[in-house]
Design a binder for this molecule. Structure first.
Ligand SMILES: Nc1ccn([C@@H]2O[C@H](COP(=O)(O)OP(=O)(O)OP(=O)(O)O)[C@@H](O)[C@H]2O)c(=O)n1
Ligand SMILES: C[C@](O)(CO)[C@H](O)COP(=O)(O)O
Length: 231
C-alpha cells in the first residue's frame, strides 16, 4: 500500500509566559539540549515523516536555523517560518507552508516526549479516520465550575481524556477548517481538534499518547522532564 506523505508542523513561537524565564521555554535546556530538540529529533528519525516545518518567532528564525536545524542535522526541515500571536496563528502559518502533503502532524515544541510509536499509532489512525488526537484518560476526577467557582457538574471520568499533541489530520481537512474558522472569533480555540470539531462534521478519534508526553508549561515541569529523561 502506498504511504501517504506526512508533514510535521512543530510549534515554537510561544512566549512561555507561565514559565517566567528570560529565555522562551522551548529553548531552555533539559538533559543538556534545548527542549525543542527532542521532538524535532523524534520527527527527524521517524520513517513516516517526510518534511518538518518549524514555526518560531520572527526574531528567532536565524537562531533556529543555525542552533537547532543545522547544529543537530535536522535535514527534513523544509522551512523555518514565523508564527503569530496565538497558537492558532502559528498553526495557520505552518499550514500555509505545507506543500504536496497528505497528512499533517501538529505538535507543540514544548512537548519533548513524543515517541516514534506515537507517530506510528497516529498514522494508522489518521489513515482510517482523517482526524485524530493524542491524549490519555484522566487520572483525576474532573469538575466543571460555575462562574462563582462552585462545582456545577462532575463528568463521568470514564469518558474524560486529557488532550496532547501531536494532533493529526488529512491536510485538506485541517486547512479547510482553519480557512473557515479564521473569519470568526477564535478566542476560545485552544487546540486543533476544536477547529475541526467546530467547522466540520468529522469525527475525531482519540489515540493513546502517553502520561510522559507532558507540555512543559510551568517551572516545576522542568524538574519532571529532567526526571523523565533519566527514567
Ligand atoms: N503564538 C504561539 C503560542 C504558542 N505556540 C507554541 O504552542 C505550544 C503550546 O503552547 P503553550 O504551552 O501555551 O506555550 P506558550 O504560549 O509559549 O506559553 P504561555 O501560554 O505560558 O505563554 C508551544 O510549543 C508554543 O511554543 C506558538 O507556536 N505560537
Ligand atoms: C494543544 C494542547 O497542547 C492540547 O493540550 C493545548 O491545548 C495547548 O494549550 P496552550 O494554552 O497553548 O498551552
Amino acid at each position: 500500500m502506498e504511504q501517504g506523505r506526512c508533514t510535521a508542523i512543530v510549534l515554537a513561537a510561544g512566549q512561555g509566559k507561565r514559565m517566567h524565564s528570560k529565555i522562551q521555554k522551548q529553548f531552555l535546556e533539559i538533559g543538556g539540549k534545548p527542549i525543542l530538540y527532542y521532538s524535532m529529533e523524534c520527527f527527524q528519525k521517524s520513517p513516516l515523516i517526510q518534511d518538518i516545518i518549524l514555526v518560531t518567532g520572527e526574531d528567532m528564525i536565524s537562531y533556529c536555523q543555525s542552533e537547532i536545524v543545522e547544529k543537530y542535522g535536522f535535514t527534513k526541515v523544509c522551512k523555518v517560518t514565523a508564527g503569530g500571536k496565538e497558537r492558532y496563528d502559528s498553526v495557520y502559518a505552518g499550514l500555509l507552508c505545507c506543500q504536496d502533503t497528505d497528512y499533517v502532524y501538529i505538535h507543540d515544541g514544548a512537548r519533548p516526549f513524543v515517541t516514534e510509536e506515537m507517530i506510528q499509532r497516529g498514522y494508522e489512525a489518521v489513515k482510517r479516520t482523517n482526524a485524530c488526537v493524542m491524549g490519555m484518560p484522566s487520572k483525576d476526577t474532573v469538575k466543571l465550575a460555575d462562574p462563582s467557582g462552585y462545582i456545577k457538574e462532575t463528568p463521568d471520568r470514564k469518558i474524560v481524556w486529557n488532550i496532547q499533541t501531536p494532533q493529526i489530520f488529512s491536510y485538506d481537512l485541517i486547512r479547510g477548517a482553519y480557512e473557515s474558522i479564521r473569519k470568526k472569533d477564535m478566542s476560545n480555540v485552544t487546540d486543533d481538534a476544536m477547529v475541526v470539531e467546530q467547522e466540520t462534521g468529522t469525527k475525531i478519534l482519540l489515540v493513546e499518547g502517553s502520561y510522559q508526553n507532558i507540555k512543559i508549561t510551568t517551572p516545576e515541569d522542568l524538574a519532571v522532564a529532567e526526571a523523565f529523561l533519566r527514567y
